[in-house]
Write a protein that binds this ligand. Structure first.
Ligand SMILES: O=C(CO)COP(=O)(O)O
Ligand SMILES: O=C[C@H](O)COP(=O)(O)O
Ligand SMILES: [Zn+2]
Ligand SMILES: [Zn+2]
Length: 342
């Protein structure tokens, strides 16, 4: 099976009322972990690569690993998505290489740091939507800026300033025709999201629910959705790591999101934690070992376990065989004839 459009997976998820994890990758072992978890749980999958991942892997390596994944796991509908594209040029280069979905993150300027204006965001997103849809490729956009509310860190100043404005989200989707919308509700990337279990003061599920009410057919995306389980932090620290106490997004909050329009759930940090803990354990317990396979195999296994668990929790498990994939050329026709609902 060829790589498929993310739009199709999200439309199916909306019909079935479930969410789909989007897991970040940089190398072969991470791709293998996700694909094995998908096979075990019979899940459709979204594999995503950041700009950093593309640079790290000289992206053609990553692309060809993903083609290998479609050959080895033909029963799994598999999407290759660009995470946080910073400009139309970045998105276009990914589409030209064969990514079947891209994120145009116009909430920030091209430097990936400075919050942008609504007008800038609309303009760059529209440009990407036009190029992508003509090729059957999906576009995720973002409105509001990620970054914690609790400590005001993240994209520029006080986190609350950058929480998504529901009215603006509505205008933005109408103006751009994007397929999926990432919103800012107080989560941030990385391990240090919250200093206590988040409540409604710092994790704005009410805003998410309001956005879903205004945009009931828009596929919402939750970034920064690692749960940062204490068990994974404890393993790292037990084997010589030095991570501070921290809290992520509780799975039950993500599940509440899924009941309210969230179809794509971005997870990277939890997998990084699992991999690092597994490798540290081998190093400490068997310091005489030096074959990379001796620690990469347990690392791969540890990540697979986290991914499979999330696939079950998000509800995508069991849905890999529900549909046959629509070729990108047909998706392009559907966009042209406006058969894909905004
Ligand atoms: O949002 C993410 C990637 O875009 C990943 O978030 P985490 O750092 O919570 O895993
Ligand atoms: O966007 C955040 C993802 O966790 C990717 O992180 P990265 O830019 O370090 O590859
Ligand atoms: Zn952003
Ligand atoms: Zn993100």
């Amino acid at each position: 099976m060829a790589l498929v459009s993310m739009r199709q997976l999200l439309d199916e998820a909306a019909k079935g009322g479930y969410g789909i994890g989007a897991f970040n990758v940089n190398n072969m072992e991470q791709i293998q972990s996700i694909m094995e978890a998908a096979r075990e749980t019979k899940s459709p999958v979204i594999v995503q690569a950041s700009r950093g991942a593309r640079a790290y892997s000289q992206d053609r390596f990553l692309y060809h690993l993903m083609l290998a994944a479609t050959e080895i796991y033909p029963e799994i509908p598999t999407v290759l998505h660009l995470d946080h594209g910073n400009s139309p040029a970045t998105c276009i280069s990914a589409i030209d290489m064969g990514f079947t979905s891209v994120m145009m993150d116009g909430s920030l300027m091209e430097d990936g740091k400075t919050p942008s204006s609504f007008e800038h965001n609309v303009a760059v997103t529209k440009e990407v939507v036009e190029y992508a849809h003509a090729r059957g490729v999906t576009v995720e956009a973002e409105i509001g800026c990620l970054g914690g509310i609790e400590d005001g860190h993240g994209s520029g100043g006080s986190g609350l300033d950058h929480v998504t404005d529901p009215a603006q989200a509505e205008d933005f989707v109408k103006a751009t025709g994007c397929d999926a919308l990432a919103i800012a509700i107080g989560t941030s990337h990385g391990a240090y999201k919250f200093t206590r279990k988040p409540d409604g003061d710092v994790l704005k599920m009410d805003i998410l629910i309001e956005i879903h009410k205004r945009l009931p057919t828009t596929h919402l995306v939750m970034h920064g959705s690692s749960s940062v389980p204490k068990e994974l932090i404890d393993i790292i620290n037990q084997y010589g790591g030095k991570m501070k106490t921290t809290f992520g997004v509780p799975v039950e909050e993500i599940q509440l999101g899924i009941k309210n329009g969230v179809r794509k759930v971005n997870v990277d940090t939890d997998n990084r934690l699992a991999i690092t803990g597994a490798i540290r354990k081998v190093f400490v317990e068997t310091p005489e070992k030096f074959d990379p396979r001796d620690y990469l195999k347990p690392a791969r296994e540890a990540m697979k376990k986290v991914v499979a668990e999330r696939m079950v929790q998000f509800g995508q498990a069991g849905h890999a065989g529900d549909y046959t994939s629509i070729p990108l050329s047909e998706m392009a026709e559907m966009y042209k004839k406006q058969l894909v609902n905004a």
